[in-house]
Write a protein that binds this ligand. Structure first.
Ligand code: HPA
Length: 267
């Protein structure tokens, strides 16, 4: 890890970052607003070889709204190579660079009639519908990570305040992680609904577990790209996800910028 930190700091400078961001499908645009450097994942040992279209496989380090951030423009999903811990080296790097919290974003399908395509949802909890865990094989007792407040109440309050300041709705809900890459069946969506899921997607939960393991506070926001399978006549496809993500991305960017301005004002 120290080699990686040295490599990155040689290009990005040694000033610590305050937080890390991971951007989801079709949401990579914000990364380009960071004033600093963009380091291709290919130059960073351990970083994923991201093969999903609509992603920006660069680590952007620099300033956004006066706050020093490290932004992962793309993630590796479990469904790419079957590794739920694929983002561990990236998260370890964010922490080593000084981040004390992570904000993850993703594209998701909604199970709630009041949360529509183009809307955002702040995760207040999640369901690991895949049963996989990135900490399986971890040897120390640190693996028994409490997840009771995994979606940090203070961070969520700050993000809700940022949304309110922007006049944007940011309802909270429960995100269910489905492994993918196939989408869910209508019966699976009905099951997720019964279990208490409000949105469904193929990411974020393993990163949240890893980030909590590493001691980072976590918050995550979904941009809703579609109504979940079987709940409407709408077609569900990756093309559709990529086409719809920018709708929510504009709002997401406003909220994250407002959050960062507030965070810059805090000591
Ligand atoms: N299911 C899973 N992942 C998704 C969806 C969905 O409906 N929409 C965007 N990502």
């Amino acid at each position: 890890m120290s080699d990686l930190v040295t490599t990155v700091q040689a290009r990005a400078g040694t000033e610590p970052v305050r937080l890390g961001l991971i951007l989801g499908s079709g949401l990579g645009h914000l990364a380009h607003a960071v004033q600093g450097v963009a380091i291709p994942y290919a130059d960073l040992p351990g970083f994923p070889h991201v093969g999903v279209s609509g992603h920006n496989p660069n680590l952007h380090i620099g300033t956004l709204e006066g706050v020093r951030v490290a932004v992962c423009g793309a993630r590796e999903h479990y469904y790419e190579n079957g590794n739920p811990a694929a983002m561990r080296p990236a998260l370890e790097l964010l922490q080593a660079l000084g981040a004390d919290h992570l904000i993850a974003t993703n594209a998701a399908g909604s199970l709630r009639p009041d949360i529509r395509p183009g809307d955002l949802m702040l995760l207040n909890d999640h369901i690991n519908f895949s049963g996989l865990n990135p900490l399986i094989g971890e040897k120390t007792d640190a693996r028994f990570v409490p997840m009771t407040t995994a979606h940090d109440p203070d961070l969520r309050a700050a993000l809700r305040a940022a949304a309110e300041a922007e006049g944007l709705a940011l309802p909270e809900g429960v995100y269910a992680w489905y492994s993918g890459p196939s989408f869910e069946t209508p019966a699976e969506i009905r099951a997720i609904k019964i279990l208490g899921g409000d949105a469904v997607g193929m990411s974020t939960v393993p990163e949240g577990i890893l980030a909590r393991f590493l001691g980072l506070k976590v918050a995550a926001i979904s941009t809703i790209t579609n109504i979940a399978a079987g709940m409407s006549d709408e077609q569900i496809s990756h093309e559709h996800t990529k086409a719809m993500a920018p709708l929510g991305a504009v709002k997401l960017e406003r909220i994250l910028r407002a959050y960062l301005r507030g965070s810059a004002a805090r000591p």
